[in-house]
Design a protein around this ligand. Structure first.
Ligand SMILES: [Zn+2]
Ligand SMILES: [Zn+2]
Length: 278
């Protein structure tokens, strides 16, 4: 198994550590990772969410994107003897602003090998809202808009499905980001309906196969105090192994200390799935 961390952040992320890229990569080298993918949050369209101050923490301003790619490629060359760096982005699926990502991809396509495509936003009564900011946003703003927690859950997976289909049309290697991000605050909320989740996740499997999109086995949830589990359930990992859907471990590191976090859990799940399938 290739030891690959496929989802990581850099100092260009305004809600993460200001440690330089090399500090992250040194951690990966120390842990004998063979490949390491930089997937920074790209700029959002102006005024994408109502809260301007929050938006500024979510993504870099457009004028920084060039230096992100420049630094990323210079680091790639600098460490190529020790580790393979692939350069990419964590692209938001923004159904109302698809042209924004198309423009970024047109402009920077030659610089990118990988994209994690993520659903971080859902429409609500006050415009777009973050699904991973606080439990209150989910419960006080999105649940009333969709009518119930069950309906919100359906809306979330509708977006994940669309994101997979869209990712399949992009001209680079893609995987769907943290498919169960909606569980980030699960321990401080009423229970998310497990039958709906199971069914909606099962429905993603043929879509992933048809679209040729992989899965970001994102372990950040394991270290979130109100989640304490990975954003991809073990049964889903096993189902992907069976169907040859590419699975890529993602630490989603926002600090050098988080590089490689949850790798052992991931490796264990893959081994277990392989034994069951054999
Ligand atoms: Zn982030
Ligand atoms: Zn994300």
């Amino acid at each position: 198994m290739l030891k690959w961390d496929g989802h990581t952040h850099t100092p260009f992320c305004k809600h993460g550590s200001s440690a330089s890229m090399i500090h992250y990569v040194q951690q990966a080298i120390q842990q004998q990772f063979q490949r390491y993918t930089l997937t920074e949050h790209p700029p959002l369209p102006p005024h994408y969410i109502a809260d301007e101050a929050l938006q500024r923490t979510l993504a870099m301003p457009e004028q920084e994107l060039g230096s992100y790619f420049e630094q990323a490629h210079s680091l790639k060359q600098h460490v190529e003897e020790q580790i393979e760096i692939t350069v990419g982005l964590e692209l938001d699926y923004l159904p109302d602003r698809l042209e924004h990502a198309s423009r970024l991809l047109d402009q920077w396509a030659g610089q990118m090998e990988d994209a994690v495509v993520s659903v971080h936003f859902l429409p609500g009564s006050n415009g777009n809202e973050c699904v991973d900011y606080t439990a209150d946003v989910l419960l006080d703003r999105l649940v009333p808009y969709y009518g119930s927690l069950d309906q919100l859950l359906h809306a979330y997976y509708d977006h994940v499905e669309q994101a997979i289909q869209w990712a399949g049309t992009l001209p680079l290697r893609t995987r769907i980001g943290h498919i169960n991000l909606i569980e980030k605050f699960r321990m401080s909320m009423p229970e998310l309906n497990p039958l709906i989740m199971q069914k909606r996740l099962e429905n993603l499997l043929p879509l992933l196969q048809q679209a040729g999109v992989g899965v970001d086995v994102n372990t950040a949830g394991l270290r979130k105090p109100l989640c304490q589990q990975a954003y991809v359930p073990p049964w889903f990992i096993a189902a992907c192994v069976k169907r040859n859907i590419p699975l890529v471990y993602g630490s989603d590191a926002h600090h050098p200390d988080e590089v490689g976090a949850g790798w052992d859990w991931f490796a264990h799940q893959i081994t277990k799935a392989g034994e069951k399938g054999a």
